[in-house]
Design a protein around this ligand. Structure first.
Ligand code: FEO
Length: 393
């Protein structure tokens, strides 16, 4: 990709990653992802803001050299130390010999842990300012977006906020850097998936950071993943606020695993009955859909129905795996219905109930326990479960 001028003296020098299949080794990225980095060229000093994944060090170096000589860089500002933004540091500090690494004190500690001690550092606090000449960079602490060390950098003169992971999205840029040269709405589902997979655990910190920047005149929003927003910098901020706010939509998710379609048959019966009541239902078979694509739905669903067959006397592994994602992603308390299917094995409904309850989930009765095919009695019980769901919705 070519470097792009963001505004007077500010340049995008990032890269697209279309090589990785899984972000963080966990999350599918079929449309890739961008690692955005920026250069701010003041009249007296030059700052590089964030770097890129180590794999792209060579392409990144050549991008930087289109704008400045490495020897001219005074500051390398690291808003976030996760290696998708700091990995190229080793390469950069070898060449930018006079540059100081600037970050929060925690960020500096992380930089030393990852990349050694062979560079000068400058730890910044909330409200500190570095003047580059015509561009005064103010630092705003914004912890847990998405690690504890994270900061925002705000250029007072151009009104540009460099926000790190916050307000970012999956999806490579493919040469279209700005929100006004692409259809940003096509990023919305990938942004919600990025939010759910990476940031949602820290929703309360999104709200705190948004409160801190609410009076800043932000003219340009530069995140580390996804487009640069110069037409509507509020657009991703408002979406993040909506998703962090804890407001549920009136929809039911049906999430299940199924080996031989018997659990799927129960899921389909429940979906049909709920739809007949005019309520939105979305169904996901965990044997076919990665949890990454389900988490964005669960964060704002009012009711979730979870179904599993018995496997070796316990919960079917894809369902166990999903519940573990729900636990570690700190999904806030929801109402769960449970349906299980077994013919000769154990009834695992209590196991599921216990796991969900341990994570603060409420269980809606009755729990459906089906042996093989749905019987008329099972259907009556399913109808009663649906009635109780309708009352909640
Ligand atoms: Fe894009 Fe938390 O790193």
């Amino acid at each position: 990709m070519v470097v792009v001028k963001v505004c007077e003296d500010i340049f995008w020098v990032g890269v697209d990653d279309k090589r990785n299949i899984l972000f963080e080794g966990l999350w599918p990225i079929p449309d890739g992802v961008s690692y955005n980095s920026y250069i701010v060229k003041g009249s007296e000093k030059i700052a590089l803001i964030d770097t890129v994944d180590k794999f792209y060090s060579k392409e990144f170096s050549s991008n930087i050299e289109e704008i400045v000589k490495f020897s001219e860089i005074d500051y390398i500002i690291l808003n976030h130390l996760e290696p998708d933004h700091s990995g190229a540091i080793e390469e950069v500090v070898k060449k930018a010999t006079k540059a100081k690494i600037v970050s929060s004190q925690r960020g500096i500690n992380f930089a030393k842990a990852y990349y050694g001690e062979d560079f000068e550092t400058l730890a910044v606090k909330d409200g500190d300012i570095i003047n580059l000449g015509g561009h005064s960079l103010k630092f705003i602490t914004a912890p847990w977006l998405h690690w504890p060390e994270t900061i925002f950098t705000y250029d007072i003169d151009s009104g540009t906020l460099f926000s790190g992971d916050a307000f970012g999205t999956f999806g490579a840029l493919n040469g279209k850097i700005f929100d006004d040269e692409t259809d940003v709405r096509k990023y919305e589902s990938e942004m919600k998936r990025y939010f759910a997979d990476i940031v949602s655990h820290y929703s309360q910190f999104v709200l705190k950071a948004a409160e801190k920047i609410k009076d800043l005149p932000i003219k340009i929003l530069c995140t580390t993943h996804g487009p640069v927003y110069r037409r509507d910098p509020k657009y991703p901020i408002e979406l993040y606020l909506k998703w962090s706010s804890g407001v549920d939509e009136e929809k039911v998710l049906i999430i299940y695993g199924s080996m031989y379609e018997h659990t799927a048959e129960v899921a389909e019966y429940l979906a049909e009955k709920i739809k007949q009541q005019g309520i939105e239902v979305k169904s996901f078979n965990l044997c076919k859909v990665h949890p990454s694509f389900i988490l964005p739905e669960i964060i704002d669903a009012k009711v979730v129905l979870l179904g599993s067959p018995t496997y070796e006397g316990t919960i079917y592994p894809p369902v166990t795996n999903f519940m573990e994602y729900v636990r570690i992603k700190n999904i806030r308390p929801k109402t769960f219905g449970i349906f299980v299917n077994y013919t000769w094995g154990s009834n695992i409904s209590e196991q599921i109930k216990n796991k969900l309850s341990e994570n603060g989930m409420k269980i809606i009765e009755p729990v459906l326990s089906v042996k093989g095919k749905l019987t008329e009695e099972d259907k009556r019980k399913a109808d009663s479960l649906v009635e109780n769901i309708i009352k909640i919705i």
